[in-house]
Design a protein around this ligand. Structure first.
Ligand code: SF4
Length: 218
């Protein structure tokens, strides 16, 4: 896979999709962490609704959420699914940030990249994808989070090896694109996956990158 083909794919995606508003929304780093936890396995719309309810009920700070009653957090998150689990994770993460980092989540993100990633992945509910989302969106660190859409689409487009695990897919994409484009690449591949390159029955005919796709079916 050449960088030239990757760049051509990126140009086409830029012309065909608009970046969602929340990308430029001015959330602080702790708010981004909470949004990322809420967003697991749910739609953007439900994430927004749950976060809005939570923000109206509590100040979104480690102090307030560490002390909050779990049942009240659960109530706010119901719309986003897996609310019991997410409420528990939000309380635990808030407590750790309060106790270990003096309530300042920014200090974790300010660490050198690998150290920050390692520290984040020790937090409850934070795996590699969530850690990369936080590093990219909140700290502008050079990483490409690989969610289910990014994984599937980049393999079909042969931007990553077919049998690649999380790290290999991430590294392959990062080699092909420029660090300043990582955020756009992450979002545009998700948008492509949602609209055309669906898990079952991809819509290859109207897909804007079909001329560059080795896996097109029609
Ligand atoms: S042509 Fe088909 S397989 Fe290739 S990216 Fe588009 S939808 Fe996916």
């Amino acid at each position: 896979m050449s960088e030239k083909r990757a760049e051509e794919i990126l140009q086409i995606l830029r012309k065909n999709f608009t970046l969602p508003k929340w990308v430029s929304a001015d959330h602080n780093t702790f708010e981004t962490l909470i949004i990322t936890i809420i967003s697991q396995n749910t739609s953007d719309r439900n994430t927004e609704r749950a976060f809005e309810k939570l923000s109206k009920t509590f100040p979104i700070t480690p102090e307030a959420l560490a002390k909050a009653e779990t049942s009240k957090i659960e109530e706010c998150l119901k719309v986003a699914g897996l609310y019991r689990n997410k409420a528990r994770i939000i309380r635990e993460v808030s407590k750790i940030i309060l106790e270990k980092f003096g309530g300042k989540f920014e200090t974790v993100l300010a660490l050198p990249f690998e150290k920050a990633r390692e520290t984040l992945m020790k937090l409850p509910g934070v795996g590699p994808k969530t850690a990369d989302v936080l590093l990219l969106f909140s700290a502008n660190k050079p990483t490409i989070p690989v969610d289910t859409h990014v994984n599937r689409v980049s393999k079909r487009l042969e931007l990553a090896p077919d049998d690649g695990d999380y790290e290999r897919v991430r590294e392959s994409l990062q080699r092909l694109f420029k660090p300043e484009d990582y955020l756009e690449v992450h979002i545009l591949l998700i948008l492509l996956g949602r609209k055309y390159c669906k898990a079952i029955k991809p819509l290859c005919k109207p897909c804007p990158v079909k001329t560059l796709c080795p896996s097109k079916t029609e």
